[in-house]
Design a protein around this ligand. Structure first.
Ligand code: FRU
Length: 679
C-alpha cells in the first residue's frame, strides 16, 4: 500500500470521541450551540443547511467528530455540491473574542463563517480540511458594544465543499485550537481515569486520544524518555505531533505535555532523540548537553528531516530555525534514527525512502549538515511495498563470547507475516559507511500487533543494554474499540542475538525479553496445578487469586506424542484466547478468533503462528496478559507473538488442554501484576 493510500485509510476512521470538545467558562456567552433541533434565530438560504441542524455525519460523509452535544451545522446535505447560507439574528459584541468549533473544507473564498458589522464581513474563517471540528476564534475587541451578525456560507461545490460549525461563544479567554488541556482536565476528574476495562495496566498508554509509533526514545539524566506519534485533536490518526512521557524504571510513566506540535500545516512525524554530549550542534546553553530531536516534517507534498532541541530535560522544545536540515524533495522520505558512531567520530543517520524500500545512510559532524554515505535495499520480503521507521544498532551474541553483530530493522506498512503491518530485521556488519547483511531477513514478532519498534539512545555503558519497545497495534486493524484513548506500547524488551543452531548452517536470531524492571510489578509467584488435562480443556486451580486481568502466566508445554496442548486465558461464555503448541506446522500460536470483540474489523480474528524448535521436547512460554494485550515470549525470547485482544467480560478463568495424556503442562505459575497507574 502506498503511503498515500495508507494515510487515506487512516483518515477514514470512526472516531469514538467520548471526551467532548466542550468548554464552559462562567463568563462565556453562548451565541449558538445548535442543540434546539431547529434553526430558530437564523435565516437560511439554499439547500446545504437542510431544515434543521445535523446530528453528526450525513449520508456518504466520513465520520464527523469533535462537536459538542448532538447538534451542529453540517452543509454536506446532498453531498458537497449543495450551497447556501445561514445568517444569525443581531447580537451585541460584549467580549473580546468570538470562538467556535469548525470543521470541513478549506476554501476561504467560498466556504466558512464570517462576522458581519453593518452588513460588511469584518472577520472570516474557513475549515481545516478535517471532519474533526477544532476551535477557532477572532479577536473582536475593536467592535465592543457594536451590533453584529454571523453568516455561515457554502458556495463551494467541489471536493471538501462543506463546512461544519458548532458552539459559537463570546469569551474573554479564547480556547486553544484543540483544547487538549481542557479535555485532559475533564478526563482526569473521571472515575474511570486510566482504568477503563480495556485499558492496559502494565503497559504505556496515552491518557486520551490517538497514539502510534514510539519516537525519540532516549535516556538522559536518570530518565527514560518516551515520545510518541500523537493526535492532540482526537482519537484517530491526524495532526501528528510528539506526545511525551518519562520514567525512571521503564515501567511507571509520567505523562508530560505535548513536546513537538504540528505547526503551519507541517506535521511532526516519527524520528529520534539523542543527547548531544559534545554540543556539536551548538544548541546547548550552559553546562549540560542539549537533547536534540531529529524528526520528519510532513506537509506541502514532501517529507524532510527537521531538528528541535531542549535544554531543560525535554520539558520544552525549540524547533531549529534552519529547518529542514535534509530535503531531497521526496514525498516518502522519513523516520530518521541517528546515533554517534564512535569509530568514525561522527553522527550517522538511517532514514527510509519508504516507497522504494530503501534505507539511506547519512553522516554529519553537527547534526545540521548531512552527506549521503550509502543505501541498503530494496531487500527483505519480496514485493512488499514500503519500509518505515528503521533502526540500526550493534548487539552482543549471547552464546559466542565477545562477538557482536549489527542489526538493521525496518517496518512494512502491510504484507507482513501475520498480515497487515509488521517488522523485519537483517543481521550483518556496519563499517561506519555501509551496512552488509550476512543472512536473510527475519521477522521481529509473529503476532499482528508489534510495529515500528525503536531502541533507546544513550543508555549508559555501565548498563549496556539495548532496549526497545514497539507500537502494540497494526495499521490494518488500528481502530480498536477503546475510548477516549487508542493504542498502547509493548513492554520494553532487552535485545541480544543468539546463534542457532551451531555448525555450518548457523544463523543469528534476535532475542527479546521483557526488561527485568517489569518483574517488579509482580505480586509474587503462585504455582498452578495444570496436571495433564486431556480434551476438553479444564479449568486450572487458583485463578481466583487474580484480582485484575493483568498477569504473567508461565508454563512449559511438553506435547509428548499429542498433536497439541496449551492454555486458554480469559475464558468466558463462548470466549477465550488460546495459546498452544501445534505439532503439524511445529508452531506456538495465539488464536484470538474467540477472544471477545473481534468484529470491529474483518482482518482482526485469526491465529498467529511462530515456528519453534522444541528444547528437550518442550516449549517454554512466558505470557504477559494485560486487559487488552497478550505477549507470548517463547523459549526465552527466541520468538514473540504480540496480539491485542478485546474480551467482553472480566473473567479470570484459565484452562489447560492436552491432545492426549502424554502431553503435559509443567511448571505453570501465575503472577498478578500491580497497576503502574495506581499510586
Ligand atoms: C509508521 C508511520 C511513519 C510515520 C508515522 C506517521 O507507523 O507511517 O512512517 O512517520 O507513522 O504517523
Amino acid at each position: 500500500m502506498t503511503l498515500f493510500s495508507l494515510f487515506n485509510i487512516r483518515i477514514l476512521v470512526v472516531s469514538l470521541t467520548l471526551v467532548s470538545n466542550a468548554r464552559v467558562l462562567a463568563d462565556d456567552i453562548v451565541l449558538e450551540d445548535f442543540e434546539s433541533g431547529t434553526y430558530e434565530g437564523w435565516s437560511i438560504t439554499g439547500d446545504a443547511f437542510g431544515d434543521a441542524p445535523a446530528t453528526g455525519a450525513l449520508p456518504g460523509q466520513m465520520s464527523v467528530s469533535g462537536f459538542r452535544g448532538t447538534g451542529l451545522v453540517n452543509t454536506f446535505r446532498n453531498g458537497d455540491a449543495s450551497v447556501g447560507t445561514a445568517t444569525s439574528s443581531e447580537f451585541t459584541i460584549e467580549r473580546s473574542n468570538i470562538a467556535f468549533l469548525i470543521g470541513g473544507g478549506p476554501h476561504k473564498e467560498n466556504l466558512g463563517i464570517e462576522l458581519l458589522i453593518d452588513g460588511e464581513p469584518e472577520r472570516a474563517a474557513t475549515g481545516p480540511e478535517s471532519e474533526e471540528l477544532e476551535w477557532s476564534s477572532w479577536d473582536v475587541s475593536d467592535f465592543t458594544g457594536r451590533q453584529a451578525r454571523l453568516r455561515i456560507f457554502d458556495r463551494a461545490t467541489g471536493g471538501w465543499g462543506h463546512i461544519n460549525v458548532d458552539h459559537i461563544i463570546q469569551t474573554n479567554v479564547p480556547p486553544k485550537r484543540f483544547d487538549l488541556e481542557f479535555k485532559l482536565a475533564e478526563y482526569r476528574k473521571s472515575a474511570d481515569y486510566l482504568n477503563e476495562p480495556l485499558r492496559p495496566q502494565a503497559h504505556f498508554t496515552p491518557e486520551i486520544n490517538w497514539m502510534n509509533d514510539p519516537n525519540g526514545l532516549v535516556f538522559h539524566d536518570g530518565e527514560y524518555h518516551l515520545f510518541y506519534q500523537y493526535n492532540p485533536a482526537g482519537n484517530s490518526w491526524g495532526h501528528m505531533s510528539w506526545g511525551h512521557a518519562v520514567s525512571t524504571d521503564l515501567t511507571h510513566w509520567e505523562h508530560l505535555p505535548l513536546a513537538i506540535p504540528e505547526e503551519d500545516g507541517i506535521m511532526a512525524f516519527s524520528g529520534c532523540c539523542i543527547v548531544d554530549h559534545r554540543n556539536t550542534s551548538g544548541f546547548g546553553s550552559g553546562q549540560r548537553p542539549p537533547m536534540v530531536a531529529v524528526y520528519t516534517g510532513h506537509g506541502r507534498g514532501k517529507q524532510v528531516q527537521n531538528l528541535a532541541y531542549s535544554n531543560d530535560n525535554g520539558r520544552t522544545w525549540t524547533k531549529y530555525s534552519g529547518n529542514p536540515v535534509l530535503d531531497i524533495n521526496n514525498p516518502d522520505f522519513r523516520d530518521p534514527k541517528v546515533f554517534w558512531h564512535a569509530a568514525s567520530n561522527r553522527w550517522v543517520m538511517v532514514v527510509s525512502l519508504a516507497n522504494e524500500k530503501v534505507i539511506v545512510f547519512y553522516a554529519s559532524d553537527d547534526l545540521k549538515n548531512w552527506k549521503e554515505l550509502s543505501r541498503f535495499g530494496p531487500a527483505g520480503t519480496k514485493n512488499k511495498p514500503n519500509w518505515e521507521c528503521p533502526d540500526l544498532f550493534e548487539l552482543p551474541v549471547e552464546n559466542e563470547t565477545g562477538k557482536k553483530l549489527w542489526v538493521l530493522e525496518a517496518d512494512m506498512g502491510s504484507g507482513s507475516i501475520a498480515g497487515g503491518s509488521g517488522s523485519e530485521y537483517f543481521v550483518g556488519h556496519f563499517d561506519g559507511t555501509t551496512f552488509t547483511a550476512t543472512q536473510d531477513a527475519k521477522w521481529v514478532d509473529y503476532g499482528r500487533d508489534f510495529y515500528a519498534p525503536v531502541s533507546w539512545s544513550d543508555i549508559p555503558e555501565t548498563d549496556g543494554r539495548r532496549i526497545w519497545l514497539g507500537w502494540f497495534n497494526n495499521w490494518e486493524t488500528c481502530l480498536v474499540p477503546t475510548s477516549p484513548w487508542r493504542s498502547c506500547m509493548s513492554v520494553p524488551r532487552t535485545l541480544t542475538l543468539r546463534k542457532q543452531p551451531s555448525g555450518d548452517n548457523a544463523t543469528y536470531t534476535l532475542i527479546q525479553r521483557p526488561v527485568q524492571e517489569f518483574r517488579k510489578l509482580s505480586n509474587g509467584v503462585i504455582p498452578l496445578n495444570t496436571t495433564a488435562a486431556a480434551w476438553p480443556p479444564v479449568a486450572v486451580s487458583k485463578p481466583a487469586e487474580l484480582t485484575d486481568m493483568n498477569f504473567i502466566l508461565e508454563t512449559t508445554l511438553q506435547p509428548g506424542s499429542a498433536r497439541s496442548c496449551g492454555i486458554r486465558i480469559r475464558t468466558g461464555e463462548d470466549e477465550y484466547t488460546e495459546v498452544g503448541y501445534d505439532r503439524e506446522p511445529g508452531v506456538v500460536y495465539v488464536d484470538r478468533r474467540k477472544s471477545g470483540n473481534v468484529d470491529f474489523h474483518p482482518a482482526f480474528a485469526g491465529r498467529h503462528d511462530a515456528p519453534v524448535q522444541l528444547i528437550d521436547g518442550a516449549a517454554k512460554l512466558s505470557i504477559i496478559v494485560d486487559r487488552s494485550t497478550i505477549e507470548v515470549f517463547i523459549n526465552d525470547g527466541e520468538a514473540v507473538i504480540s496480539d491485542r485482544i478485546f474480551p467482553t467480560s472480566q473473567t479470570a478463568v484459565i484452562e489447560a488442554f492436552a491432545g492426549d495424556i502424554s502431553a503435559k503442562l509443567r511448571n505453570t505459575t501465575l503472577q498478578q501484576l500491580k497497576s503502574i497507574w495506581k499510586n
